[in-house]
Write a protein that binds this ligand. Structure first.
Ligand code: ADP
Length: 400
């Protein structure tokens, strides 16, 4: 079975064609600048990379070009579109309507459209991509895999904010959490690696990338996560503030003459480690600057590491223990200094890493960096959100 995984953004469309017999990627790529001048498709197979510069006024044209590239006699990967058995789409928000992946039908799409106001930046773009595929590939089964669904198992006392209960009921204001496919994938991989059943494990998964979130996974189910109603809260990120006293918003508007939208944009785009350091949102730049003596880059890293450490501590409390801590995503997989700082002085929790193993380069495999005498396993597991989407799509299509 071959599954096309699609992740549509407002002006982009990323894809992977995965052969489910081997779970290997047969082709992958992305369209950029959809609806803008100079759109471009970058398409990769084991034959190499092909760059196609062609106007893509909308997502329908983009998906048509992707399909043409996939079946192209020279740089394609399959001989006919019929070889694509199903399409798996990433969709950011399931609200409280879905707690797992679903096959697309009119009723499902209607519910997803109704949830646009919960994720106004990403949901419309995701939906545009899905609708474009439905038009261009009628008859091919399509599945939706939500960023939020893995977190739907959180207990009410974890997902509720202490606000007027009617506002939760009427306006769906609560913690949802994001990066669910990644937290699910790495927690399942950790259980496999440890040769244990997920039901028997308490795992803290740290997805540390440009956007970062940390989850508590008990018995294979998410019981808490650091992102909230939106991806703005939790640990600080590249440009997002993470947790902050909401009164700051009013004070910011007053001091900087912002309206509400500008204040939220500021918290999303001008804060985080980029705001503190004044150097960059990229941890490669930050660690380099800090090593060269830049005090604000050092401070930005210290704030990030400290907040991650606090979340790990609080989730160990929430689960009455922890068996395994997993690091994943760009920073989690590559930035040894961050892993080391987060796990430093965690003896009370029984967390100790091996500093030499921690320095091994990312080769795409699972790395066990557990230190001598550590009660808690510490693993680096490369995330693979596309594979989760493909697996869930396959299961739905096969009726499992
Ligand atoms: P996104 O949330 O955009 O998917 P990523 O998971 O790709 O983000 O993470 C990006 C972050 O990972 C950046 O801060 C980057 O500096 C950091 N990083 C550190 N080392 C590497 C590396 N070798 N390759 C990619 N990203 C790295």
């Amino acid at each position: 079975m071959k599954i096309l995984v699609v992740n549509a953004g407002s002006s982009s469309l990323k894809y992977q064609l995965i052969d489910m017999d081997t779970e290997g990627v047969i082709a992958k790529g992305g369209c950029e600048r959809i609806g803008l001048p100079k759109s471009i498709l970058k398409h990769k197979t084991d034959k190499g990379e092909k760059i196609i510069e062609q106007d893509m006024p909308d997502h329908k044209v983009a998906i048509r070009l992707v399909l043409e590239a996939l079946v192209h006699p020279e740089y394609g990967a399959i001989s006919s579109m019929k070889e694509i058995d199903a399409v798996g789409h990433r969709l950011v928000h399931s609200a409280e309507d879905f707690n797992c992946s679903v096959l697309v039908n009119d009723e499902v799409m209607e519910k997803c459209r109704n949830n646009i106001e919960l994720a106004p930046l990403h949901q419309p773009a995701n939906i545009t991509g899905i609708e474009a595929c439905m038009e261009v590939m009628p008859g091919t089964p399509m599945a939706l895999v939500f960023d939020t669904a893995f977190h739907s198992t959180m207990p009410d006392y974890a997902y509720m904010y202490a606000i007027d209960y009617d506002d939760y009921k009427n306006y769906k204001i609560r913690r949802y959490g994001f990066h669910g496919t990644s937290h699910k994938f790495v927690s399942q991989e950790a259980a496999k690696y440890l040769n244990k059943k997920p039901e028997d494990l308490k795992i803290i998964t740290c997805h540390l990338g440009n956007g970062s979130s940390i989850s508590a996974v008990k018995g294979g189910k998410c019981v808490d996560t650091s992102m909230g109603f939106t991806p703005l809260c939790g640990v600080p990120m590249g440009t997002r503030s993470g947790d902050i006293d909401p009164s700051v918003v009013e004070y910011l508007c007053h001091k900087k003459g912002y309206d509400l939208a500008q204040a939220i944009e500021y918290l999303n785009k001008k804060c985080g480690v980029a705001g503190v350091s004044g150097v960059s949102s990229d941890f490669r730049d930050l660690t380099k600057a800090a090593a060269e003596g830049n005090e604000r880059a050092r401070l930005a890293l210290d704030i990030f590491n400290y907040q991650c450490k606090k979340y790990i501590g609080s989730y160990a409390a929430a689960m009455d223990g922890v068996d395994c801590v997993v690091f994943t995503a760009g920073i989690g997989e590559n930035t040894a200094e961050v892993r080391s700082a987060i796990c430093r002085d965690m003896d009370f929790f029984g967390i100790k890493i091996d500093e030499t193993k921690n320095l091994t380069k990312n080769d795409g495999s699972i790395r066990d960096i557990t230190g001598k005498g550590s009660k808690v396993k510490v693993l680096i597991i490369p995330t693979n959100e596309e594979l989760v989407i493909a697996r869930e799509t396959k299961a739905l299509v096969e009726g499992k």
